[in-house]
Ligand binder design. Structure first.
Ligand code: FES
Length: 123
């Protein structure tokens, strides 16, 4: 069963949307289920000042996307690189075991957005 937090973030996801002037964009997909997630970040002085997501996926993937935006906003990019699928699942008070792979998408898309930002900065 899903935790109350998963249900809350699934039914009322935070930071949904597209960012036209993103500093970094990360895309991740799961070839097995076909779900896909895109994360947009805005960075100032190495801090993630804004973050948005677009996800086509299951309830867990949407809840994880919403949670990753809440967790990462205000973090430095170094801190955000340490966000893991487990820390996202923990922040949601757990995911059913068969849904743990869904949290990979959130962590991986966030890390790719940061790498994209660093590439664009030439770092
Ligand atoms: Fe595909 Fe959840 S079932 S990400």
């Amino acid at each position: 069963m899903y935790s109350e937090k998963v249900m809350d973030h699934f039914t009322n996801p935070r930071n949904v949307g597209v960012m036209d002037d993103a500093d970094g964009i990360g895309e991740e997909g799961n070839p097995v289920c076909g779900d896909a997630m895109k994360i947009f970040i805005k960075v100032k002085d190495d801090v993630i000042t804004d973050i948005k997501f677009q996800t086509f996926g299951c309830a867990s993937a949407i809840a994880v996307s919403s949670m990753v935006t809440e967790v990462a906003k205000g973090m430095t990019i170094d801190e955000a690189m340490k966000v893991t699928k487990q820390s996202l699942a923990d922040a949601l008070d757990g995911l059913p075991p068969q849904k743990m792979h869904c949290s990979n998408l959130g962590a991986d898309a966030l890390h790719k957005a940061i790498k994209d930002y660093r590439n664009k900065q030439g770092k």
